[in-house]
Design a protein around this ligand. Structure first.
Ligand SMILES: Nc1ncnc2c1ncn2[C@@H]1O[C@H](COP(=O)(O)OP(=O)(O)OP(=O)(O)O)[C@@H](O)[C@H]1O
Ligand SMILES: [Mg+2]
Length: 280
C-alpha cells in the first residue's frame, strides 16, 4: 500500500505508471474559486480494464475530483491525461467524444422524457448509431427494456441509476465515472447496481467510482483511493484497504456503517486481487 500524493507530482506525465493506464490525474489542485483550492496535489490512475474507487469523509473532495476529470471545475495545477492525451480543462462535450462518460449523483436523467428518449440523448453525438448501440447494451439493462416508454421520472431510484448509466454508455466510453450510484437506494437495489457496475467493467469499460458505501464498493474494486481534506490519504487494493486496521478505524468504520445492517450478498464478496486483472 502506498500513502501520500506527492510521489507522482514531480514525475513527467506517465512516468512509473502501468502501460495500460487510461486515466492519469497528476498532482491536481482544483476548486470552484481561484483562491480556495478544494483538491490539493491529488493524483490517481485508472487502468484500461480497472474498476477503481474513491472514498473518504463527506466534503473530502470526491465529487470535485470527478468534476475535475470531466472539465467541470478549473484545475490550477497538475493535469489530467486520458489515453495519453492532455485533457486538462477540456469541455465535457469534447470529453464525451473522446470516450469519457460521467454520471453525476443527482439530476442524472431527464425526468420528463421517456426512457427511450433519455437513451437517445446519450447518443446525440451519433444519432444514427442509436439502434446499434442500444442493441449492444440492452442485455445489461433488462429492466429498462421493459420500461422503454415510461417517463424517467416514474422509475424507481435503482432504475433511474441504471438509466443514467445506460445513457452514459451509449457513446461507448472507455472510461465511465460514477458519483455515488448507490446513494439513497434500498439494499436490494444497491446490490443490483453494484452487480451492474461489475458487469459494465467486465465488458471492457474502465470505471472510476465515488462511493460512501465503501465496504461494498471495495468488494468489487481492483484498487481504491481514500481522499481526506482534498488530498490523497491512502491508496491500495480493495483487500489492502479492507484489511488495514488504521484504514478501517479512520475511514471505513463510519463509511461502512451500513454493513451490519445490510445482509445482501455483495457485502461478503471477496475483494478482487490484482492477479484478477489480466484477461478479465
Ligand atoms: N459548487 C460548489 N461551489 C463551491 N464549493 C463547493 C461546491 N461544491 C462543493 N464545494 C465544496 O467543496 C468541498 C468538497 O466537496 P465535494 O462535494 O467534492 O465533497 P465530497 O467528498 O463529494 O462529499 P460528499 O461525500 O458529501 O459527497 C466542500 O467543502 C464543499 O463545500
Ligand atoms: Mg460527493
Amino acid at each position: 500500500m502506498s500513502t501520500g500524493s506527492h510521489r507522482m507530482t514531480t514525475s513527467p506525465p506517465g512516468a512509473d505508471l502501468p502501460a495500460d493506464t487510461v486515466l492519469e490525474v497528476s498532482g491536481v489542485t482544483a476548486g470552484y474559486t481561484p483562491s480556495v483550492p478544494i483538491l490539493e496535489e491529488v493524483s490517481l490512475h485508472v487502468g484500461r480494464q480497472e474498476l477503481v474507487g474513491i472514498f473518504g469523509p463527506n466534503g473530502a473532495g470526491k465529487s470535485t475530483l470527478l468534476k475535475a476529470v470531466f472539465g467541470l471545475v478549473s484545475v490550477s495545477e497538475g493535469g489530467v491525461r486520458f489515453d495519453g492525451v492532455d485533457i486538462t480543462g477540456a469541455p465535457s462535450h469534447e470529453l464525451v467524444g473522446r470516450g469519457v462518460g460521467f454520471v453525476p449523483q443527482l439530476d442524472n436523467v431527464f425526468p420528463r422524457l421517456s426512457v427511450r428518449d433519455n437513451l437517445r440523448m446519450g447518443s446525440y453525438l451519433r444519432p444514427k448509431d442509436f439502434g446499434v448501440r442500444w442493441e449492444a447494451l440492452a442485455e445489461l439493462f433488462p429492466r429498462l427494456v421493459e420500461r422503454m416508454r415510461a417517463r424517467a421520472g416514474s422509475l424507481s431510484g435503482g432504475e433511474r441509476q441504471m438509466l443514467a448509466m445506460a445513457r452514459a454508455l451509449m457513446p461507448g466510453p472507455r472510461l465511465l465515472c460514477l458519483d455515488e450510484p448507490s446513494a439513497g437506494l434500498s439494499p436490494r437495489a444497491q446490490t443490483e447496481v453494484f452487480a451492474l457496475i461489475s458487469r459494465i467493467n467486465e465488458t471492457g469499460t474502465a470505471v472510476l467510482i465515488v462511493e460512501q458505501n465503501a465496504r461494498r464498493c471495495l468488494a468489487i474494486c481492483d484498487r481504491g483511493y481514500i481522499l481526506d481534506q482534498g488530498r490523497n490519504a491512502v491508496t491500495g487494493t480493495g483487500r489492502e484497504l479492507l484489511d488495514d486496521p488504521a484504514v478501517v478505524e479512520l475511514y471505513l468504520g463510519r463509511l461502512g456503517a451500513g454493513k451490519q445492517a445490510d445482509p445482501s450478498p455483495t457485502a461478503t464478496v471477496e475483494p478482487r486481487s490484482q492477479s484478477d486483472e489480466p484477461g478479465r
